[in-house]
Design a protein around this ligand. Structure first.
Ligand code: SF4
Length: 227
């Protein structure tokens, strides 16, 4: 399947910052992480019984992964994407030429909502966070983007992709690289299906071709940007 070419800004690293700027961003991100770790907005609003925000990353991470919400397993493990979804995602990244340490060593890992939303009422997989929960957590993601200033964002699943790019079927987004902006910071979005085993999206041959095209685009960006 041919990849969709959309006019894009030339690959460029974020503008050079002074050591003082860098130190200020590091300190601001540490403050934000402390603030998010203490956040109980969704508990206060009655959406979840307990807040346990999960995220990981640092200033200098050039790739940001935005999922829809953490999985339950990550509550017992300190890092996001430590379970089955993480293994699948690492395998996809390996197909795009990334080394195995990239995901947890060089990528900023976050999601639309930072707390496990609970199991789905249908009994399969996790509940997708509601629009109201995404709205409650939006400010956290905006501040992460503004401080980390990623060049490339990997959006996992329809919810994350459309939150960053606007409403569209996932089939229109996977296999494309699109410019986006959050909190005044521009970046490129590469959409992928959700790596959860519950997702049936990759069962269709046409979607598997879109996924292959997305990984080929990701491999190109890895080389062009020396990620
Ligand atoms: S999901 Fe976000 S807004 Fe809701 S309690 Fe967790 S950190 Fe706070």
């Amino acid at each position: 399947m041919a990849t969709t070419r959309i006019p894009l800004p030339q690959p460029s690293r974020p503008p050079a910052t002074t050591p003082g700027d860098h130190a200020a961003r590091v300190a601001a991100l540490a403050r934000l992480h402390a603030e998010v770790s203490a956040c109980v907005r969704c508990v206060a609003a009655g959406f979840i019984p307990k807040a346990r925000p999960i995220f990981r990353g640092a200033i200098g991470n050039r790739v940001m992964v935005v999922g829809q919400a953490p999985a339950a397993l990550t509550h017992e493990q300190p890092a996001p994407y430590s379970g089955a979804s993480g293994r699948t995602l690492r395998a996809w990244l390996a197909r795009a030429g990334f080394d195995d340490g990239a995901l947890h060593g060089r990528f900023y890992l976050t999601s639309l909502t930072k707390c496990f939303p609970g199991p789905s009422t249908g009994g399969k997989g996790d509940r997708a966070p509601s629009a109201a929960e995404v709205a409650l957590c939006r400010g956290h993601l905006d501040r992460e983007v503004a401080l980390v200033q990623p060049e490339l964002v990997l959006a996992l699943g329809r919810l994350a992709a459309t939150a960053l790019l606007g409403p569209a079927p996932l089939a229109e987004l996977v296999g494309t690289l699109r410019p986006a902006e959050r909190a005044g910071h521009p970046f490129l979005v590469l959409s992928l299906p959700h790596p959860s085993g519950v997702s049936r999206w990759l069962n269709e041959a046409a979607n598997r071709a879109r996924h292959e095209a997305a990984l080929a685009l990701l491999a190109e960006e890895r080389v062009r940007r020396e990620l």
